[in-house]
Design a protein around this ligand. Structure first.
Ligand SMILES: [Fe+2]
Length: 431
């Protein structure tokens, strides 16, 4: 069933008290992510896709203010009318947003003023949750759950953007010291087979889901096999050393144009020193770990690697069916590695959740029967269903309670600044 709002959660399942606790926890997490920053770090924008940390902090508060406080809290007045323009991201039916590529030019409002804005929004939200009349509660609660999931998406983006920001600085600053993941020898890759059949795809209606995960529907899959683990740095290095970036026969046309236009020779953040590969991490410049999943590759690079390996990328449906029995756990943000890490398991499917978002071959498109939710909040997902590809599984900077089997992330095929990697698939049948 398509939802009227971008979530599906039994209204009775969460009390107001527990929602206040969840609200406080998730809002606090955004600020904890910023705790290692100096004031100067909050303001930098290194490319149009990257937003300054302070913009993320303000925009997530704007979301609560715009979609919940202004329409539902009696006598609430807009905190600062100018913020409605500065911190609107892309909601055009609400108003014309400030131009995204120059968010880094906003030295004012100051970081301190943005923290005051957050505190004011939080105080008003607790007031609203506590005092809302029962008849309005289901609608408000649904929007709050959406707002908290939105905040968690921006937490991941903050870490992703901070990595890009620090990587542009020749001083190679560390966001902070990282917990080291254990050194591992990686098991040989195995192939996990799935039989031909008709499978359920999409959100089953239990717990939160974005509108783009609905409706649940049938998909016919041919028999296929999925790689037991993501492609490692060592494996990707073989592709590089074999001239992968110099061989147009391996690349999609648009991908080869990207290679030429941007002089790509390795994943984003990789650099060679005295013959060894290093890469920028949130913990500063580090040697590339051969056993860790390769990260910061575009869908074009993922497809070229698959072509070189004689395999292909999985569809998002193949990925979703393959992980049906797996628990939702892995190297997500709670491990605190903030980097993909090697795992030596080798017995079955591993690292599907966490480490790297896995590029699929699927275009980001509506499921059969999908309807854009009514109102301005309908701009959240549906209008982006063009020219982008789906990624699955979450990454090492995804909050552990913000990923699920049906979760569909989406980026343009050229994008590399997300924690994005590769898992291979192959056909079982010959045509
Ligand atoms: Fe947003």
């Amino acid at each position: 069933m398509p939802s009227s709002l971008p979530l599906e959660e039994p209204v009775a399942s969460t009390s107001r008290d527990s929602l206040i606790l969840n609200y406080a926890r998730i809002r606090k997490e955004s600020e904890l992510i910023c705790a290692p920053l100096e004031t100067e770090d909050y303001c930098i924008q290194t490319m149009p896709d990257v937003s300054p940390a302070k913009w993320h902090l303000a925009h997530t508060s704007w979301f609560f203010e715009t979609f919940i406080l202004l329409p539902f809290l009696k006598n609430y007045h807009c905190y600062r009318p100018a913020y409605d323009y500065l911190f609107n991201s892309y909601y055009l039916t609400h108003g014309q947003p400030f131009y995204r590529p120059i968010r880094g030019l906003l030295s004012r409002p100051t970081v301190a003023e943005i923290y005051q804005y957050r505190a004011a929004a939080d105080e008003a939200m607790v007031n609203l949750i506590t005092n809302t009349e029962e008849q309005y509660w289901p609608e408000i609660k649904a929007l709050i759950v959406l707002g908290l999931n939105h905040e968690q998406q921006h937490q991941e983006l903050m870490l992703t953007d901070l990595k890009h920001i620090f990587a542009q600085n020749p001083l190679r600053p560390r966001y902070r010291e990282l917990v080291s993941s254990p050194e591992q020898t990686v098991a040989d890759l195995k192939w996990i087979t799935v039989d031909k059949g008709v499978y359920d795809i999409g959100h089953n209606g239990t717990g939160f889901g974005y509108d783009n995960e609905f409706p649940l529907h049938d998909v016919l899959l041919q028999g296929f096999a999925l790689a037991s683990r993501p492609v490692t740095n060592a494996e990707y290095l073989e592709f590089i050393n074999d001239g992968g970036y110099r061989n147009p026969a391996l690349w999609l046309s648009a991908g080869w144009a990207c290679v030429q236009d941007n002089a790509w020779q390795a994943p984003l953040y990789w650099e060679q020193h005295d013959g060894d590969w290093w890469h920028m991490t949130l913990g500063g410049l580090r040697p590339v770990d051969p056993g860790a999943p390769v990260c910061h590759v575009s869908q074009y690079e993922a497809a070229a690697y698959a072509s070189w390996a004689g395999k292909r990328l999985p569809t998002e449906f193949e990925w979703e069916v393959s992980v049906a029995e797996l628990p939702v756990q892995g190297n997500l943000r709670n491990t605190d590695y903030l980097q993909p890490a090697a795992v030596n398991d080798g017995t079955s499917l591993q690292q599907c959740y966490g480490d790297v978002w896995e590029w699929t071959a699927s275009a980001y498109a509506p499921y059969p029967g999908y309807r854009v939710p009514a109102g301005t909040v309908g701009e959240y997902n549906g209008k982006f269903m063009s020219s982008q590809a789906v990624l699955r599984g979450g990454s090492c900077v995804t909050p552990p309670d913000h990923i699920r089997r049906s979760y569909r992330n989406f980026f343009y095929p050229k994008d590399r600044w997300q924690f994005s990697g590769i898992r291979l698939a192959q056909d079982l049948c010959r045509y």
